[in-house]
Design a protein around this ligand. Structure first.
Ligand code: NAP
Length: 248
């Protein structure tokens, strides 16, 4: 079967590393992004240089009309999607809950929970035999924060990833009989630009002493887990999670 993957937030960080690894595994690749077109096109060039057929598509995953447009582009330019990496995510500045605005909480929940659910919905419409599909694989990028709660930093973000984990479990059971596997990864502190969103770009380096392995992780180390879960090598894994958090 041809392999066609959509990687949300594929323009930077963990998503970009996943796109590069997917290129080496023979996938046709859709790199989704929200705003940073230059970053998306840099990854697109790198992926094409590895010989992969690929496109970059701007869409906010938390708006269903834009998700529909994203999937139509993939239908027309790459073919029926067989794999989805729900990777796009956001976080607000380090805050206590009593300091959080409704806008910030809603943005976090819409991007990190509604977005993956909408993308999974439109993937299922192409993967499920009920809709003429031949199965597929979905990986949701959660966070160690789902287990740890992130008190004093961003409990809203941790709660969004907890919701994503519950979605992963429920959906995996809902579609297990349709040849569709749904799994998650929970990264710990990974060196990406994500931490600038929380107000401290050097956050990972500062927190390294508290990590059992005494170092932050690399995006490529997370991508390895994602690509394994997507692949047939993980053919009996569904509703499961790989913690990639250096022992946290
Ligand atoms: P990153 O470097 O900040 O990249 C985020 C990506 O998501 C970018 O491509 C961004 O696109 C895209 N994005 C954000 N909001 C979007 C939206 N509404 N619609 C579509 N795309 C959107 O982040 P990262 O560190 O690679 O994180 C990737 C995932 O890993 C996230 O789900 C994050 O929660 C999770 N994670 C990260 C860490 C860590 O330490 N880095 C730890 C645990 C979990 P634009 O640039 O165009 O906006």
């Amino acid at each position: 079967m041809d392999k066609v993957v959509i990687i949300t937030g594929g323009s930077r960080g963990i998503g970009a590393a996943t796109a590069l690894l997917a290129a080496a595994q023979g996938y046709r690749i859709c790199i989704n992004y929200q705003a940073d077109e230059d970053a998306a096109h840099r990854v697109l060039e790198q992926v094409r240089a590895l010989g992969a057929q690929a496109i970059a598509v701007r869409a906010d995953v938390s708006i269903e009309d834009e998700v529909i447009g994203l999937f139509h582009r993939v239908d027309n330019e790459l073919g029926r999607v067989t794999a989805l990496v729900n990777n796009a995510g956001t976080v607000g500045h380090k805050s206590r809950v009593d300091e959080m605005s409704e806008f910030r909480i809603l943005k976090t929940l819409k991007t990190n929970v509604l977005g993956p659910i909408l993308c999974a919905k439109h993937a299922l419409l192409r993967m499920s035999p009920k809709h003429g599909g031949q199965g597929g694989s979905i990986v949701n990028v959660s966070s160690a924060a789902a287990r740890l709660g992130a008190p004093g930093e961003y409990v809203d973000y941790a709660a969004s990833k907890g919701a994503l984990d519950t979605f992963t479990l429920g959906l995996s059971k809902e579609v297990a009989g349709e040849g569709i596997r749904v799994n998650g990864v929970r990264p710990g502190f990974i060196f990406t630009e994500f931490h600038a969103l929380s107000g401290d770009p050097d956050r990972v380096s500062k927190l390294e002493p508290g990590i059992p392995m005494a170092r932050g992780g690399r995006a490529e180390e997370v991508a390895e887990g994602i690509i394994w879960l997507l692949s047939d090598k993980a053919s009996y894994a569904t509703g499961t999670f790989i913690d990639l958090a250096g022992g946290r």
